[in-house]
Design a protein around this ligand. Sequence first.
Ligand SMILES: [Zn+2]
Length: 279
Amino acid sequence: MRLGALELVPLFDGRFRLDGGAMFGVVPKTLWARRAPADERNRIRLAMRPLLVRGERTLIVDAGIGDKMDAKAVDIYAIDRRPCLRDTLSAAGATESAVEIVLASHLHFDHAGGFTRRDERGALVPVFPRARYVVRAAEYEDATHPHERNRASYLAANFVPLEEAGVLDLHQGNTDVMPGVRVVRTGGHTMHHQIVYLESEGQTAVFAADLIPTTAHIDNAWVMGYDLYPMDTFLFKRAFIREAIDRGYLIFFEHDPDIAAGYIREADGRRFVEPVIRD
Ligand SMILES: [Zn+2]
């Protein structure tokens, strides 16, 4: 789809499942299960939807889970990468070598797993051979100094090889990554989690990453149990969704199982998503 001078294409790196309780924090199952039914292992359906942005340069936001997860993880998370990121890039008329900038919302494995792969000799190398990888400096610092609470989400194989290959660009603060592409820190999910504003010719779209992972998370208090700082998520999300409704932002939902993008609307005190791009 076009947004002024930018072209936005939702990509896909497969489906997976996570525990429904963890995905909805303090919300009781009797409520969340109506929006996101659980399987026999209490998991709900999710997807990974990185975003391709073509403007002055070719950029992707996040890169899915990649192909390095072992058989145990594939079973636990029900990972099914058909189609995978490379397939959907080529369907969009792009290749891994065409990507010039890889922008990270944060470095959890379901967002950064696709940053690296193993070559024929087993060495970890960047998946996008010509790209600079743009990561918030403080997020990189946290990811490379994990503790018991976040260790399972930060896998060094996904990002340390980028630094070793000299392709990592660490940025400080909220900044323009290229014309029309701006990052804004939300905190909450991780201390330095960020979303991406896409702005051109008076139109705005926002890649919401794990601030609003699915369309089932549009209510202010529906915050993930995974979030390290849930009150920060709540406060940022409450203000952001108000802004998104009032200004008519198109929202990209990175983990929604069916809807890649839509508008958040409000009628009679009830919030809902008007889908724009769906599977
Ligand atoms: Zn995620």
